[in-house]
Design a protein around this ligand. Structure first.
Ligand SMILES: [Zn+2]
Length: 628
């Protein structure tokens, strides 16, 4: 029985939610203690206590923030950095300038002032008036009780410390700030296109992560998310008509109501126009919320799992889609629990807010829902991010393919398994075609590109989502389907509540399969080399295959003989120093330096096909099949 199996059993037996929360903290503590004993891996820790007072009329909020920052690194820190991401929504910001210069700007962030054929894009940020912009203004900042020197540089706050934080030591930061929620441009803001009043992502001064690579104080240009693991304690004072959904467990449901209260107990609502919402979120690296005076709040339980909260606007034409989707959300979470590993929190909220869909700690903000199928698809993708990003917290700025690609992979599996009508079509067909499209376009860039620095949004999107998804589907071809399933589970068990990097998924796959995979990580994610194998020639009983693309692969080959029988062959790739489990006849190794491989069969050949599974991302399949 593995450690994770023991954890699961205990988790299921806990009778009350409170006990579950306590247990979760203990488990987090245990896993962090294990990390602390492992001298090759360390991660920083921060505990947030925040209290904010929201003015729903002018969209401003006063905030107090206390951070207890633990420097688990082996380095002494003389500076720390925070993200002030609301500052991106100001004319002239780096986000604004990038929007004006990129060839294919996000359509949500621009107005087309030209025609459909000849579009002229205008940055919506460039048009924001002072009372419409976003900001986080620092009113005061202290380290261990003493005022400290700081500088605001775009969306980054650079703090020069009075007192070095020595390796292994803690420091306390107290901040007072004033925030203004921007007009909704991207991800967060006021009054989104569905009329949701407040989408509060990136709303608080957020400590940047420091890890084995150093500081990750990235400007907010388009993408984000590499946060410090910690516990959040957040108190929000807001107009009593507003319902809040978001990260964290509500600590005072009887003083709030809004669907969170226990039905068998009396509500104790305070007098006055505001309610105080007190949330705690242990073991997360972000805290997001949304609020609206017209939310409907439904609750569903995942059997032996988390409580799902659904918050969506009433009186919208597509309100029913938000109800119909709820059973699918339960099934999707069960599928991910089985496929990846148990969702470790007791709560997950699907909230109508934001734009498109975006993942956050213990919740997602999804806009729209007019199209039911796309609402379910978005929900599946965003929920998958609760594993690939919010528990396996890889650096999304540096390795977006590890969260977007992997979330896309498991959501494709979920869509296939949970489909009512089964079909025999290749489930990744659209994914491989889209990858082929970017290869053909000549606009592909390697997956090592920083998420904000791709030349086009298209190259970022297809690279991170599609090529990242193929990293896993194709890994199943390379190491075998069962080994891939075990790799995903072991990756989750070994790296939950950490910051896995690309080498970590490769190492897990190597450990599970016993195969060498450095070449796979290198070729697929660090180059734009492509795969193309072909049947070069066939004469009666002899087949010659050739490698035309730069990227090598092991080869699955199906041969049909003239008598109608078929035989499967497997040609292992020499640099893997082993073979995947297979029922096919195993042939000698094919080394990368050899462009050709010849085999002789016992019977006359009618047809030859390279990779009938289609899982190998061969960019030209026309030469994969030969028939007499
Ligand atoms: Zn995503």
């Amino acid at each position: 029985m593995s450690k994770s199996d023991q954890e699961v059993k205990v988790y299921e037996k806990i009778p009350t939610k409170i006990m579950k929360n306590i247990l979760f903290s203990i488990l987090t503590f245990i896993s962090l203690s294990i990390i602390a004993q492992n001298n090759t891996y360390w991660q920083q820790h921060v505990d947030y206590t925040m209290e904010i007072d929201m003015n729903v009329n002018n969209y401003q909020f006063n905030g107090k923030q206390k951070l207890v920052y633990t420097n688990n690194s082996p380095d002494d820190l003389k500076v720390v950095f925070y993200h002030l991401q609301f500052n991106a929504f100001q004319p002239g910001s780096e986000m604004d300038m990038r929007l004006q210069n990129i060839a294919d700007p996000d359509s949500r962030m621009v107005n087309n002032i030209g025609t459909e054929e000849n579009p002229i894009y205008e940055s919506r940020i460039s048009k924001l008036k002072p009372d419409e912009i976003g900001f986080q203004k620092i009113i005061s900042l202290k380290q261990n009780g003493n005022p400290v020197k700081y500088e605001v540089i775009g969306t980054i706050l650079k703090v020069t410390l009075n007192k070095t934080i020595q390796a292994g030591k803690k420091s306390i930061f107290d901040m007072e700030f004033l925030g203004q929620v921007p007009v909704h441009i991207r991800r967060s803001g006021r009054n989104n296109t569905n009329g949701v009043a407040l989408s509060m992502a990136q709303w608080y001064p957020k400590l940047a992560e420091y890890d084995f690579e150093g500081w990750h104080a990235n400007e907010y240009v388009a993408r984000e998310f590499h946060g410090v693991w910690g516990d959040f304690d957040v108190t929000i004072h807001i107009d009593k008509r507003y319902t809040i959904g978001g990260t964290g467990y509500l600590q005072n449901p009887q003083e709030v109501g809004h669907g969170y209260e226990a039905q068998n107990k009396k509500l104790k609502l305070p007098d006055g126009n505001k309610l105080t919402w007190h949330f705690k979120a242990p073991g997360v690296h972000d805290f997001t919320w949304a609020a609206d005076p017209e939310y409907i709040h439904d609750i569903k339980e995942v059997p032996n799992g988390a409580t799902l909260h659904f918050l969506y606007k009433k009186d919208l034409d597509f309100q029913e889609n938000w109800v119909k989707m709820q059973d699918q959300a339960v099934k999707t979470m069960q599928f991910y629990n089985k496929t990846i590993g148990d969702y470790p929190y007791n709560q997950y909220s699907i909230i109508q807010a934001g734009d498109g869909g975006m993942e956050y700690g213990m919740c997602t903000l999804i806009n729209g829902g007019e199209n039911y199928a796309s609402l379910v698809g978005t929900m599946r993708h965003e929920m998958a991010h609760s594993w690939f990003q919010f528990v396996l917290a890889s650096n999304e700025s540096k390795h977006p393919w590890m969260d977007e690609g992997f979330a896309s992979y498991v959501s494709t599996l979920a869509s296939d398994r949970l489909k009512v009508k089964k079909s025999n079509e290749f489930i990744f067909d659209r994914v491989y075609k889209t990858y082929n499209y970017i290869v053909t376009s000549g606009k592909e860039e390697p997956l090592t590109t920083h998420a904000d620095r791709y030349n086009t949004n298209m190259a970022y999107g297809i690279g991170s989502y599609y090529k990242g998804e193929i990293f896993l589907s194709q890994l199943g071809y390379v190491i075998g389907a069962e080994n891939l399933k075990r790799t995903i589970k072991k990756y989750y068990t070994d790296f939950k509540f950490k910051h896995p990097n690309p080498n970590d998924i490769k190492r897990v796959a190597e450990q599970v399969s016993g195969l060498q995979l450095d070449w796979y990580l290198n070729e697929w994610t660090q180059t734009i080399h492509t795969i193309d194998y072909g049947v070069k020639s066939v004469s009666d009983k002899e087949i010659t295959l050739n490698r035309l693309g730069q990227m090598p692969m092991p080869i699955d080959l199906t041969v049909t003989y003239m008598d109608g029988s078929t035989k499967n062959f497997y040609i292992p790739l020499q640099m893997m120093l082993g073979k995947k489990p297979t029922k096919a006849m195993v042939l000698p190794y094919w080394s990368w330096g050899n462009e050709n491989f010849t085999l002789t069969t016992f019977k006359s050949i009618a047809k030859v096909e390279i990779d009938p599974t289609l899982l190998m991302a061969d960019i030209d399949r026309t030469n994969n099949v030969w028939s007499k």
